[in-house]
Ligand binder design. Structure first.
Ligand SMILES: Nc1ncnc2c1ncn2[C@@H]1O[C@H](COP(=O)(O)OP(=O)(O)OP(=O)(O)O)[C@@H](O)[C@H]1O
Ligand SMILES: [Mg+2]
Length: 378
């Protein structure tokens, strides 16, 4: 937390600022993506911009004239910061683990700046609160942590995988020779077949792991997402016989082909839809939704910003316990008898390779929603 007592400075700025068009101030406040809330010296709200309405999930009409202690009832950090600004004339910023509690949605991680407002004569006349939504920053930090963990584990595992592959080849070769020797003793060749099959299975796991660890060049072509998702649903419907799972495709037909690696993207969405299907015990719903996001992103420094395509895969299956959500991306973490635990680790990597984002929201016993954002252009 940092505080400063800079009345002097503020007064100078107020005097020196040109008389710009007040309409421009209004437009700036209406379009800025930070909540701006002004309070009179009595602590009542005098200004509540549209971003404040959206962050706090309440209308300006309901908020103007309200005492800040009611507005932030129970939110000690906010109450303390505002009190400091109003009573001590201090401007303070704080971004260490502050959450804004909202009416309907979960708490929002935010950064808060509070400053006293001075009138033209230099008297303090209230305070202004500026709140910045940090959820995107937190998501990026989380992704970076995941990627770090993956690359460390990947390097280690790739070394080990190399070491295992050679002796494994030897075992398989010996089992094949043995099988030839035992060709006229069918009861024994059952055993050699198990040896060969299991050696092949280990080999498959190792290859998958090496794939994950070594960066494979991504081949970008135009990819029709709707077709990939349609094909995956067709296959997964087949695989979910015996259960009563409804697959719902809600695809925006206006999305043009995106630039991506078709094989990798197929693998990504197959992993996610398969997980969704497997999370449902008997009856349930898996929904695949695509849309274009209103935000643009820079895919690399200096490049043109690209629109993002969002693919949401949600299920009403078993969900993930809160303490497990971060671990599901760790290679080999699985809760399934026949799972490898590599599905989500691979998915995370494919999303990284496409310079996209992966977000997971899950509630135990209710379901899971995974949102993938991919740039339309690379
Ligand atoms: N949609 C989901 N609903 C509930 N749990 C999930 C979901 N997706 C993933 N999980 C949890 O995350 C774990 C890891 O998933 P991941 O796809 O990486 O491996 P897996 O599904 O166990 O194995 P594999 O993908 O090889 O079949 C799963 O075992 C499961 O516990
Ligand atoms: Mg899986």
């Amino acid at each position: 937390m940092q505080a400063d007592n800079n009345r002097q400075n503020k007064q100078t700025i107020a005097k020196a600022s040109p008389h710009s068009d007040p309409g421009l101030y209004v437009l700036v406040l209406e379009n800025i993506d930070r909540a701006v809330i002004a309070l009179g010296q009595s602590g009542r709200v005098t200004l509540f911009n549209p971003a404040a309405e959206s962050f706090m999930e309440r209308s300006a009409r309901n908020s103007i004239g309200e005492d800040y202690q009611n507005l932030f009832c129970g939110q000690e950090t906010f109450l303390y910061l505002i009190k400091q600004a109003l009573e001590q004339g201090r401007s303070i910023t704080d971004d260490e683990g502050i959450f804004l509690v909202r009416a309907k949605s979960p708490p929002l991680p935010v950064n808060v700046y509070v400053a006293p407002i001075f009138s033209k004569r230099g008297n303090q006349d209230g305070a202004v609160l500026i709140i910045r939504d940090l959820s995107r920053v937190k998501e990026l930090e989380e992704t970076l942590r995941r990627v770090d963990r993956l690359s460390m584990l990947g390097t280690l595992a790739a070394g080990l995988a190399h070491e295992i592959k050679n002796p494994l080849g030897g075992i398989k070769g010996a089992a094949q020779l043995l099988e030839m020797e035992l060709s006229n003793e069918p009861s024994l060749s059952d055993y050699t077949q198990v040896m060969i099959r299991e050696a092949e299975r280990i080999n498959g796991i190792i290859e998958e792991l090496m794939d994950l660890a070594s960066p494979r060049p991504v081949e970008f072509t135009d990819v029709n997402l709707a077709r990939i998702l349609g094909d995956i649903v067709l296959l997964q419907k087949e695989a979910s016989r015996g259960k009563n799972i409804k697959f719902i495709l809600d695809l925006d037909p206006s999305i043009p082909p995106i630039q991506g690696d078709e094989n990798l993207l197929t693998r990504l969405f197959l992993n996610l839809v398969k997980n969704a299907r497997e999370s449902i015990q008997r009856d349930g719903e898996v929904r695949l939704k695509t849309k274009i996001s209103s935000e643009y992103h820079l895919t690399s420094p200096g490049s043109r910003p690209s629109p993002m395509v969002l693919v949401k895969i949600s299920d009403n299956g078993c969900g993930i316990p809160a303490e497990e959500v971060e671990r599901v991306f760790t290679p080999y973490f699985t809760t399934k008898a026949k799972g490898t635990g590599l599905g989500l680790a691979i998915s995370q990597k494919v999303v990284e390779d496409h310079r996209g984002f992966l977000k997971i929201v899950s509630t135990e016993h209710e379901g899971t929603e995974i949102t993938i954002s991919l740039p339309l252009r690379q």
